[in-house]
Design a protein around this ligand. Structure first.
Ligand code: HEC
Length: 103
């Protein structure tokens, strides 16, 4: 009986550690999420003419657009699918990262 109880405790402790790690977003992790946007929005959000630049944009507006894409509230050709690949927290971190880049 004891070993079972112990392993249950260990699993709970591990789950706690994992959620604590998630709550604090690693800046390098956010940068690699943002790198996935570079093909279309340019390196660090500096897009070529014709694509939406993200660098130095307003964080709240960007996040609202991303969440609207995700919910299907904003018409899109691509972004409605891409935004579904991220949690709301990840989208917030990505929007903050682009907002912090120089225009
Ligand atoms: C395959 C190309 C592609 C990739 C990759 C991509 N986007 Fe987009 N993005 C678009 C297109 C195209 C639009 C215009 C809306 C649409 O048709 O989907 C857009 C629009 C946006 C907008 C709204 C811009 C505005 O002001 O209206 C934001 C914000 C955005 N993308 C953020 C991101 C983020 C963040 C990522 C990475 C997680 C990303 N995009 C990855 C193609 C892309």
């Amino acid at each position: 009986m004891k070993p079972i109880l112990l392993s249950g405790f260990a699993a709970a402790a591990l789950a706690l550690v994992a959620s604590a790690a998630q709550a604090q977003t690693d800046p390098l992790q956010v940068r690699s999420w943002a790198a996935a946007c570079a093909n279309c929005h340019g390196t660090n959000g500096h897009a070529q003419t014709g694509n939406e630049p993200l660098a130095g944009g307003n964080k709240d507006e960007m996040l609202k657009k991303l969440l609207d894409f995700k919910r299907g509230a904003k018409p899109a050709t691509i972004m409605h699918q891409l935004s579904k690949g991220y949690s709301d927290e990840q989208l917030a971190a990505i929007a903050a990262w682009f907002a912090a880049q120089k225009k």
